[in-house]
Design a protein. Structure first.
Length: 260
């Protein structure tokens, strides 16, 4: 629900459009619909708290009343709390509880699932921090610290899921390395969410004539990531196009069953 989303340029910015889209995603097989009011594309400027609340709450409330299982995508404790009161069932914080010092305590009090992403800073500066000795080891170590902070704040371990943060303070090569070593992140002992859908590193891979593949032509590649991530032990994939990824994951699951 942002006017500057990297994936759709604000197509779902108006509440009525966002609500209809959320219902459509559910009807196509999405288990969880993620609602966010702050763009996290590289270089994006943050909205005010009030603006984020105005964007998110009507959509969370309406979708929840329609029986959609909703997560709120926010880095702000106030937005998380209000969204859960409006019906959200989980909090998805791309900062892993770092951006807002109150987030961990608020989530602990709400006692809802908390998806913690690996993060090194806001969108305006994050790509200047894409430096690692070994990206897999470093991301695992930094996620481990975030988990320890969450547990110290009172968040129950069974409420925690992790996200390696593809594209957030990561180069394309970093993203591929993390995808190829999802098992190392899974070994931290928490459900793993992968969010690769339509991201720049896929557009670069599929470039033709030196031009990256357009954002709206990356769903097949995103579905391939979904299938491979599912085979690699991911609990969840966060995608824009439900049908292609759901089909791909079903194929991966059937393939895996045939091997047992």
């Amino acid at each position: 629900m942002t006017p500057d989303s990297f994936s759709d340029g604000g197509v779902w910015f108006e509440p009525a459009a966002a609500i209809a889209h959320g219902l459509s995603l559910q009807s196509k097989g999405a288990d969880l619909v993620d609602v966010g009011g702050e763009s996290t594309r590289p270089g994006a400027q943050r909205p005010s708290v009030g603006e984020e609340l105005d964007r998110v709450l009507p959509v969370v409330s309406s979708l929840s009343q329609e029986g959609v299982v909703v997560s709120v995508d926010t880095m702000r404790a106030e937005v998380a709390a209000e969204a859960v009161r409006a019906g959200a069932r989980a909090v998805n914080d791309v900062s892993g509880g770092v951006a807002d010092a109150d987030m961990l305590a608020v989530v602990a009090a709400l006692d809802v699932p908390f998806i913690m992403m690996h993060w090194r800073g806001h969108s305006t500066a994050m790509q200047t921090r894409a430096t690692y000795a070994d990206v897999v080891s470093d991301v695992c170590a930094e996620l481990r610290v975030r988990v320890e902070s969450a547990r110290a704040a009172g968040i129950r371990p069974e409420r925690i899921a992790l996200d390696p943060g593809l594209g957030f303070a990561k180069t394309g090569e970093h993203n591929w390395r993390l995808l190829a070593h999802l098992g190392s992140i899974s070994n931290l002992g928490f459900p793993l969410m992968v969010g690769a859908s339509r991201k720049t590193f896929l557009g670069t891979l599929l470039a033709e004539g030196g031009r990256p593949r357009p954002v709206d032509a990356r769903d097949e590649a995103s579905a391939a990531i979904s299938a491979l991530a599912a085979s690699g032990g991911a609990w969840c994939v966060r995608v824009h196009d439900v049908t292609s990824s759901l089909d791909a994951v079903k194929v991966a699951a059937r393939w895996a069953r045939a091997a047992t």
